[in-house]
Design a protein around this ligand. Structure first.
Ligand code: SF4
Length: 384
């Protein structure tokens, strides 16, 4: 095992991962975001991007492996995963608490997948990523999936054979933040990529045999670009046919100035009815794809929107239509219930116990048709 770098301080994890990677082991290969300019994103705003030395990443993997083995060895006699027993098993070894915690969390979740952090891991040299992927496979031969975030701008510049080598070494899925297929909107939010690059990168990932998950941000274009955003995003996705399309509805960042300074003509935040209209248009415009559409984010209006194209297209498109057809009072109830996390889909309106709780809440907070948009905006800000 090569020496770690002089700056190595122990196992590291970055701040975010996709919702679908909640049970994954997080392995940090780079820190923060090398682009860091998207107007809607403040995750890494005050953080500097850096690469982590491969030796340090390999040491992180080796530490987790040691703790995984110790936790498994001691689990039987302790009737469960016990960090104290694992430490004793390792001879009182000064513990890397972060690595031990990660190992325990991972085992408790089934230890099936690994997510490579942070925002754009494919920016490192392909052979370095292959070394890390091989170490993961060797250390944890049972894992079913290794995934990472990547930017289309970066992926579009990687040679196909390098992507294939990553896939062969174990990289099974990439999560790409497309956000929109509209060139005008991509420029306004400083995404640093065009629709053509998104399409080129997406097709390349698929050609390399890697699964592709594309994220779309309903509402990102505001009232001004809603239609264009829906139509162009559907066009880009139809051209790629990713394995997954994931929705993550736009919410104004904590510092709205960050976002609004790039909109000299003004930006009007969509309300939920307008989001539903945009969704309706977007879903109808998706054609020729076999993607799995998922809505696994708390900010989304319909959490239960989950289906595979083309067979579920009608069913998916019915959700925004059915919402828009509800009486105003029921739409308000649904919006509040959804944002409180009590409702996942329109069917929950029929759950009398849940509906009563939401009604009581609306009465208590004096939520009505006049102040609902403000109220929803405030709740959504808490989730970003
Ligand atoms: S590339 Fe991703 S992480 Fe980086 S600023 Fe944009 S949205 Fe945020």
């Amino acid at each position: 095992m090569p020496e770690v770098s002089a700056n190595y301080t122990g196992f590291e994890q970055g701040p975010i991962r996709p919702p679908s990677e909640a049970g994954s082991l997080l392995i940090r290969v780079t820190r923060n975001c090398p682009w860091n300019r998207c107007g809607f994103c403040d995750v890494y705003k005050d953080e500097k991007f850096s690469l982590r030395p491969v030796e340090d990443v390999l040491e992180d993997i080796a530490r987790v492996r040691r703790y995984v083995e110790a936790l498994r060895e001691t689990a039987k006699e302790n009737r469960g995963l016990s960090p104290d027993a694992a430490r004793r098993y390792l001879g009182g070894d000064a513990p890397d608490r972060a690595a031990l915690g990660a190992a325990r969390h991972w085992l408790a979740a089934g230890a099936e997948s690994v997510f490579i952090q942070d925002a754009n891991s494919l920016i490192i040299k392909p052979e370095r990523l292959v070394t890390i992927l091989c170490a993961l496979r060797e250390s944890f031969p049972w894992i079913k999936r290794i995934t990472s975030y990547a930017r289309s701008h970066t992926v579009a510049r990687i040679a196909l054979n390098d992507l294939q080598a990553m896939h062969e070494a174990g990289l099974s899925r990439l999560h790409i933040g497309m956000e929109s297929g509209s060139d005008r909107l991509l420029a306004l939010v400083q995404k640093g990529v065009s629709q053509e690059e998104h399409v080129r990168a997406g097709r390349l990932v698929k050609e390399a045999g890697i699964e592709l998950s594309e994220y779309i941000m309903p509402g990102l274009g505001g009232r001004e670009l809603s239609r264009e955003h829906a139509v162009e995003s559907a066009a880009a996705l139809s051209a790629i046919n990713p394995d997954f399309i994931r929705l993550r509805t736009f919410a104004m960042p904590a510092d709205p100035e960050l976002f609004l300074r790039h909109w000299p003509q003004g930006f009007t935040l969509l309300n939920d009815e307008e989001i539903a209209e945009e969704m309706d248009l977007f879903l109808s415009a998706l054609t020729g794809i076999t993607s799995h559409l998922k809505s696994d984010h708390i900010l989304n209006l319909f959490e239960d929107m989950d289906g595979i194209f083309p067979q579920d297209k009608e069913c998916l498109a019915a959700m925004p239509k059915n919402f828009l057809a509800l009486p105003e009072e029921d739409r308000l109830l649904y919006r509040v219930g959804r944002r409180l996390g009590l409702f996942a889909g329109l069917g929950d309106l029929g759950d009398t116990a849940k509906a009563r709780r939401v009604r009581d809440y609306c009465r208590e907070m004096d939520i009505n048709a006049a102040n609902i948009d403000y109220f929803i905006g405030e709740i959504m800000r808490r989730f970003i």
